[in-house]
Structures are given as C-alpha cells and as structure tokens.
Design a protein around this ligand. Sequence first.
Ligand SMILES: [Zn+2]
Length: 187
Amino acid sequence: MLDAEAFLAAALEDAERAMTSCASCGSDKISEVMARQDVPFGGKGETFSVQVPIIKCEACESSFTDHRAEKIRKDAIYDHLGLLRPAEVKGIRLALGMTRKDFDAAYGLPSASMERWENGRIIQNKSMDTLLRALSNPVTAHRLDRRQDPVDGGSVVQGRFSALEAKPNGLSDARSRAQSFHLRAVG
Ligand SMILES: [Zn+2]
C-alpha cells in the first residue's frame, strides 16, 4: 500500500501542533520571536547557526523551542552536508508511485534502510544520496528499474506475436483489425 496519504496527514498534524501555552507553567501569555541558535554538529565541537522560532513566556520568563525548531535544526544538518532531507528522500519514492518493497525490488535499496533515511533516524551516505537524486528523474528511474518490465522487455509482446504467426492468417487478420480500428478512430 502506498503511504502518500499517511505522509500528508503527518505533515498537517505537524503544522497544527505549534505550542499555545507555556511548557513549564501552562500560561497562555506566550510570544514568539525568531532567533539564531547554534547547532552542534559532527561531534568535533563544530557548530553552525540557524534561525529558529523561540517561544517566550511572560508569566514565568522561561523560553523554549518546540518541534518546529527541532525540524529546522535537523534539516539544516542535511543542508550543511549537501544531502537530501528525509522528506525529499520519501518524496522521490512516492513520486515514482512505489512502496518501499517496490524500491527494494527495483533498485536494491533495502526497505529497512529507506525507512530509516525517510524518517531521519540515519543519514544516507553520499553514494546512496547520488543514487536517490538520479531516481528523482523518472526516465532514469525507469532505466534503472531492475524488475522485468514485460511490455518494454518484449516478452509479452513477443509472445503475442509468435502466437499470431502460428495461426493461419493470424498476422494479416490482426493487421486488418488494427487498420479498421485506426480508420474508425480517425473518422
Ligand atoms: Zn511560563
């Protein structure tokens, strides 16, 4: 089953989940400002900064960030590394109308890996990122598909052709049927 609907529902839910009251005292006297925040990165003390919404409470003077800031920080890491964001990875698969199982059969990308990349639990490496980018082009995606395509691969077409050849007048009958259909369709 294709999970495009679940994907959209999650995105909508995420947008509606913005905070309306203070996380520590529960007051609804909160306001929001955009501010720079340092994001630690790579484990070597490296940081970069991003703009995130910071929520301030007038009642208890605490300030905090919510899931939106978390998403901005995470996306910024992908941008910093020059890699597709999790939603983009998922988008490429869904644009091809494929389930994770299809993706595995077509491109040898295991469902479990795709699932982790799509949910941002693990960051795909550069070579996998390159393959995924190539698959964002539907023509390339079709060419790289390892599943047998019975129509383009010729097996079904060829099978029908030999069946017609085997019948007396099979081919000429098929040709005249095709022609009268064509004439009807045009006329
Ligand atoms: Zn408060």
